[in-house]
Design a binder for this molecule. Sequence first.
Ligand code: ADP
Length: 258
Amino acid sequence: KTEINPKNDEMSERHFGSVILLKNITKYHELDAAKTNFMSIISHELKTPISAIRMSIKLLKDKRIGDMNHEQNDLLKNIDDDTQRLLKITSEMLDLTQLESGNIQLNIHEVNAQDIVDYAINTVKFSAQQKGIDFKVQLNNNLPKVKADVEKTAWVLTNFLSNAVRYSPEKSTIDVCVKPGYDAIEFSVTDVGKGIEEKYQKRLFEKYFQVPSNTSEKGGTGLGLAISKEFIEAQQGSIYVKSEIGTGSTFGFLLPVK
Ligand code: ADP
């Protein structure tokens, strides 16, 4: 210490402190990169056996192997549901590892907002029907075309919608709204679910974060919103949540139109 700055002990101590901090961050980044690499390998490796399991399930479902009794059918449905969940988890892990290693490739085209909304609603239609949930879509008439990566944008909207379905009460309505702003177009999804406490709202877009009281019995990975944030920010957009306990939640994003 005295060698660096013998006259000002306070200054030299501050400088010394910052060196220790940088060392720690480097170590953290190394660990994080190793974890990302490991996750990428694992999720790649899991995809093949999961696809094989799904193939066998399909053969059983199509009754090509013969008829099954009621109990066997119920069991098969459970296996099918869990396998789909496993597939969702592995592909989310893979998406995230690709994002983290900087491998995100954008495919930007001019698209209609309506097409993105239709695609997303179609994807969650079946699980919404099972809970008697309706969608109310509000699309402004003269919306400008969006310059966006259709697949990634539709993925984000689908993730908002599937969360909304998951956390909404039965027979409720989910509002989907698209409106133009000054230099952006805004997509939002509003549910009348139990809402999210303010202290958790800031953390929703972190990897693996799940609201403890909302999630216990619902499964999930806590990765969907983290991936959504990356997909939207990669397109120079912004993502947000507004929520109130007892009233519901709105998840939305803005994409630039110019
Ligand atoms: P997952 O749904 O797989 O857990 P997400 O990143 O999509 O991962 O969501 C993170 C957490 O945010 C969820 O586990 C849940 O606790 C909370 N959440 C997301 N959407 C809603 C919603 N519409 N209403 C209430 N909680 C929500």
